[in-house]
Design a protein around this ligand. Structure first.
Ligand code: UDX
Ligand code: UDX
Length: 433
């Protein structure tokens, strides 16, 4: 089928490339001319495993193209995916102005039946607002359907997640749109859950909020374990082995970041409020999450006693491994706090340093973890990149001024660190000196 994907960001680019991969003709459109120029020169502006090869292959096959001309893309497509940004407003609500802008443009130019799919994470009732907007501006008075099709892509595994979804959620109100979406997704051979539009929009927010809740829950348990002298990793294993709970998203640490959980939780709290419900549970999830970063900084301050003038090496800047995304990354608050304490920061991240430079000033960016460790008074683990799990700890110890590791992602075994002569502090586990 002929598809237009509006917004070639983390979600739109993956969505467009994968739809091309399964045989559709896709044009990805973006207002960011530089982004489109790069994509037309085979420069992929984001890091996602497998994305670069997929984009280049499908461009060469003539199934995937990139353009700035939104109107032309709309005219020539049967299905239009809205993947533009829905960034948080000051009050936490999602800014839907970009979605509205795209909806009005579609209404202005479409002169034949289209399915308009909202892929961006949007508050419940956005689908109906988009439909109302298109009806109001529907210059050629053509028939159309609006569909909600939320994405469940994790950064760092977005291509894999798209091609192997646990389920596809489609909120639509017409048989015609339902059949088109069934045909579109058929090659993925995954279960499709058809709902009304509002339920589909709620599924997306509820899904992200539940995952965030699991993370804050295990972090709260980690804090109790520290006080009790228990081991949160063992507790997570013990509870996660119950299929009703499940092992995933029970990794205690400095909490969640990224462009989804923080903003989607804010938006969901606001949506509930506007509907007349005080979402206390989700507010506590957010509070625990914000508190984790502060607790982590306190651990570093306590271990160093005086932070001012000390050199702190930071391993990992991206909000999670296998991505270069720095949006709402825990490293931002943590490093800013340590700089306020007067620490000198050295940092390394395998993929995110270029993007980090826009967010973090006044730090020394190193080319590898060993340069970060050199002359450091403390080494802190912020993102659990695999390469940090295989470090030569003897060499690290020899390079550091003080053998202290504060691990925000529990990537090391405390007994092993003790054997190597480190003071090792982690999250939800006993301190080892
Ligand atoms: C976006 C939404 O922000 C998020 O809520 C949803 O879950 C998935 O889609 P993401 O892809 O990470 O997330 O956003 P971003 O990387 O900012 O990409 C949005 C793209 O849309 C940008 O490239 C931006 O240039 C483009 N855009 C924005 C348009 O093409 N037109 C607009 O009017 C506004
Ligand atoms: C999330 C959802 O997983 C995905 O379904 C949705 O479409 C977008 O938001 P993403 O934000 O890309 O994906 O990454 P995810 O792997 O969910 O991690 C989110 C944050 O939670 C990261 O900061 C990660 O470090 C943190 N996290 C994750 C934990 O702290 N503990 C865990 O056990 C899992």
């Amino acid at each position: 089928m002929k598809i237009a994907v509006v917004g070639a960001g983390y979600v739109g680019l993956v969505t467009g490339a994968c739809f091309a991969e399964i045989g559709n003709d896709v044009v990805c459109v973006d207002i960011d001319k530089d982004k489109i120029r790069k994509l037309n020169s085979n420069i992929i502006p984001i890091f996602e495993p497998g994305l670069e090869e997929m984009v280049i292959k499908n461009k060469q096959a003539g199934r995937l193209s990139f353009a700035n001309d939104l109107k032309r893309a709309i005219k020539e497509s049967e299905i239009i995916f809205i993947c533009v940004g829905t960034p948080p407003k000051e009050n936490g609500e999602a800014d839907l102005s970009y979605v509205d802008n795209v909806a009005r443009t579609i209404a202005d130019v479409m002169d034949s039946y289209k399915v308009i799919v909202e892929k961006s994470t949007v508050p419940v009732e956005t689908g109906n607002e988009v439909a109302k907007t298109i009806r109001a501006y529907n210059k050629h008075k053509v028939d159309f359907d609006v569909v909600s099709n939320p994405e469940f892509l994790r950064e760092g595994s977005a291509v894999k997640d798209f091609m192997n979804p646990d389920r596809i959620v489609v909120g639509c109100e017409s048989e015609k749109a339902k059949n088109i979406m069934k045909k579109l997704y058929a090659p993925l051979k995954a279960p499709i859950i058809f709902t009304d539009i509002k339920s589909s929009e709620i599924i997306k927010h509820a899904s992200n909020s539940f995952l965030a809740t699991k993370i804050s829950f295990i972090n709260a348990i980690a804090n109790i374990c520290e006080l009790a002298g228990a081991d949160v990793e063992k507790v997570a294993e013990g509870i996660g082995s119950d299929k009703r709970i499940g092992k995933a998203f029970l990794n205690a640490g400095i909490g969640y970041g990224g462009f989804c959980f923080p903003k989607d939780a804010d938006a969901f709290v606001r949506i509930a409020e506007k509907l007349g419900y005080d979402f206390k549970l989700l507010k506590s999830v957010q509070e625990i999450n914000n508190d984790q970063k502060k607790r982590f900084v306190k651990k570093i301050e306590k271990a160093l006693w005086v932070v001012k003038g000390k050199t702190i090496g930071v391993l990992g800047l991206a909000f999670k491994p296998n991505t270069d995304d720095m949006r709402f990354a825990p490293s931002l608050d943590i490093i800013t706090e340590l700089q306020k304490d007067g620490a000198k920061i050295k940092a390394y991240d395998p993929k995110a340093m270029e993007k980090a430079k826009d967010f973090l000033k006044g730090i020394t960016y190193c080319n590898n973890p060993y340069d970060v460790a050199k002359d450091a008074d403390a080494l802190v683990i912020v993102t659990e990149w695999n390469e940090f799990k295989e470090l030569d700890l003897k060499r690290i110890n020899g390079l550091m001024r003080h053998s202290l590791i504060v691990d925000g992602r529990n990537i090391y075994n405390p007994e092993m660190l003790k054997k190597e002569g480190f003071t090792y502090i982690s999250m939800g586990r006993k301190e080892v000196v």
